[in-house]
Design a binder for this molecule. Structure first.
Ligand SMILES: [Zn+2]
Length: 264
């Protein structure tokens, strides 16, 4: 039997204590590729460093996280944005970007978060790279940004941890937006009900490591277990799920990259 291959499409690899060990453990479980997303100035540097050390395993995600966008001073955010714009040619993905209304609770911080997001999306459009979105407590607003980005540029858009609503999944399926499923699938009824409604051609897997689940910090090798659960839930062979999610991820990375940029 062929070995199963997986990609962790959303991971905070720089926040794991020993990233090298995490990469080795992941490989043992067939997790050959990891999208390492950044959050703020320090993680941007760490992830660029990790990406240059392990170029065949790590896909570099650069971006300022929506929580960082409102927690850091505007001055630091502006500097970080300049770094992102300058270093984006070294990245394969824009992320983690998005909106977060748990942290942006008033109108001015929400407006600022949206401005920070849209500036980064413009640069991703210019560099012809896909975008990885966060959407806590503002799923519909972020979904609309993702759809607009995809429609205007032809580039891939991925909503991470977006498994709360079948109604929204119907919209993302029609719009061709990728949805990544993480370890919540292991123990959350709501996630288990929503995941089977995701178009099989738009399904990706992630761990969001090292976010804690069930009292343990997630690790990229958990993708293997997530994959087995998803396959069981969908009633398909795990080998088929592995082949399809890998093909989906390749399509997410490559779509729209040959087309000419459509200015926003
Ligand atoms: Zn994350």
């Amino acid at each position: 039997m062929n070995r199963l291959r997986w990609t962790d499409t959303h991971c905070h690899l720089d926040q794991i204590e020993d990233p090298q060990k995490a990469l080795e453990d992941a490989l043992t479980s067939g997790v050959e590729r990891i999208v390492a997303v950044s959050e703020g100035p320090e993680s941007i540097e760490s992830i660029l460093h990790l990406g240059s050390r392990y170029p065949d395993r790590i896909l570099v995600g650069l971006g300022i996280h929506p929580v960082s966008a409102v927690r850091l001073s505007r001055e630091v955010v502006e500097e970080t944005l300049q770094t992102i714009q300058a270093r984006l040619p070294e990245a394969q993905v824009l992320g983690e970007v998005g909106l977060d209304h748990k942290w942006a609770t008033d109108e001015s911080s929400q407006t600022w978060q949206l401005e920070v997001l849209r500036r980064q999306l413009d640069w991703a459009a210019h560099e012809r790279i896909p975008a990885n979105f966060h959407s806590r407590r503002c799923e519909r607003a972020v979904m609309n940004e993702a759809i607009r980005f995809h429609q205007e540029t032809g580039l891939g858009a991925q909503l991470h941890w977006f498994t709360h609503s079948k109604k929204l999944i119907r919209i993302t399926n029609d719009a061709g937006i990728f949805i990544s499923v993480g370890p919540r699938i292991l123990d959350c009824d709501e996630t288990q009900k929503v995941v089977p409604t995701i178009d099989m051609d738009l399904l990706l897997l992630e761990t969001d490591s090292p976010v804690p689940f069930g009292g343990k910090s997630a690790r990229p090798e958990w993708i293997h277990e997530v994959g087995h659960h998803v396959a069981q839930l969908l009633g398909i062979d795990v080998t088929e799920l592995s082949i399809r999610t890998e093909a989906n991820f390749d399509r997410y990375l490559s779509m729209g990259r040959d087309s000419k940029e459509v200015p926003r």
